[in-house]
Design a protein around this ligand. Structure first.
Ligand code: UFG
Length: 326
């Protein structure tokens, strides 16, 4: 197959490009490098450009041989979305519609969309399955849900098939050590903890220890980037075989508290570091854990990195072998 990966220079996109190429597919990455890195695109063709730019999209699609599009070029920071909603609605909604309309013009009818657990809002129960009510509590979650809704309508009216994958907490790095997480600014827990473990950061700040959880800190479901990418490939194959749209929650189904993640990072790195307790961060639900049984059963998908220790180990290798040497 020939697959266009939009946002293929970012964290999840770059791992996906590698997975697709290794599975024998032709891959084109489109990325404007606003957050991505050119050197993270190690396979296939690279086009620098914006997903909201019709002329770039037309020039890519006009070859007529693209079978499917995977879209990873969303903005992802919840806090930033509260302060700058316009940015989120423009990129995550308007630009995505430009991409979808270009697909329709060129009769490309298979789409894989990076969605998020943030579409569910404050959980009414855990683990969260696909039926859980969707009530986002921030513009980031709204912007992703809007596209999920648009995709239902595009399917009904234009026959555009889409699979939306709601990620819980993507984590870890390419086990080969070629790729990893390089967000600037970094806001995610595991890379920040590992910066503290390697001495690049003074301490790790725990945002709240007074939640209704076992140790008072927030519980999240960490899913390894490779497992996430496997699920994308399986979802694409199933969608094309069945000619049907789908929605899946992707997680390990196991929750770990912030304190547990810190303990695992200390064990993996063999280093101690300072931990300071801070006030809660706005908009953080106490517990977010996926019920991923639908994805497991429908896609015959089984996460390989079921142990948090193994996930953190790959991220630690990336921190020490790549990031700390930058
Ligand atoms: N945390 C800290 N200290 C830090 C950073 C994070 O204590 O320095 C805590 C957070 O408060 C949270 C947990 O660690 O309880 C995980 O935080 P992350 O920022 O790593 O991830 P989130 O769960 O906030 O966000 C993830 C995705 C988002 C997505 C969201 C769905 O990164 O894109 O899940 O709710 F929207």
């Amino acid at each position: 197959m020939k697959i266009l990966v939009v946002g293929g220079a970012g964290y999840i996109g770059s791992h996906m490009v590698k997975k697709l190429a290794k599975a024998g597919n032709d891959v084109i990455t489109l990325d404007n490098l606003s957050y991505g890195y050119r050197d993270a695109v190690k396979y296939g063709e690279f086009v620098e450009g914006d997903l909201g730019d019709d002329s770039v999209l037309d020039s890519i699609f006009k070859t007529g041989d693209i079978d499917a599009v995977m879209h990873f070029a969303g903005f992802i920071q919840v806090g930033e979305s509260m302060k700058k909603p316009s940015m989120y609605y423009h990129n995550n909604v308007s630009n995505t519609l430009v991409l979808l309309d270009a697909m329709l013009r060129h009769e490309v009818k298979n789409f894989i969309f990076s969605s998020t657990a943030a579409i569910f809002g404050e959980p009414e129960y855990t683990p969260i399955d696909e039926k859980h009510i969707k009530q986002p509590i921030n513009p980031y979650g709204h912007s992703k849900l809007m596209i999920e809704q648009a995709l239902d309508d595009y399917d009904a009216a234009y026959g555009l098939r889409a699979t939306c994958l709601r990620y819980f907490n993507a984590a870890g790095a390419d086990p080969d050590g070629e790729l990893g997480e390089r967000h600037v600014p970094e806001t995610h827990l595991i890379p920040l903890i590992l910066q503290a473990a390697s001495g690049r950061r003074e301490d790790i700040k725990v945002f709240g220890d007074d939640y209704e959880t076992n140790d008072g800190t927030c519980v999240r479901d960490y899913i390894h980037i490779n497992d996430l990418c496997d699920a994308h490939l399986l979802a694409l194959q199933k969608m094309m075989k069945d000619d049907q749209s789908a929605r899946y929650n992707l997680g390990n189904g196991k929750g770990f508290s912030v304190k547990q993640v810190i303990d695992v990072a200390k064990e993996v790195s063999g280093n101690d570091f300072k931990v300071s307790i801070e006030p809660r961060r706005a908009g953080d639900p106490a517990v977010l854990v996926a019920d991923a049984s639908l994805a497991k059963q429908a896609l015959n998908w089984q996460p390989e990195f079921a142990e948090l220790k193994d996930i953190v180990q790959t991220a630690w290798n990336w921190e020490t072998e790549f990031l700390a040497k930058q």
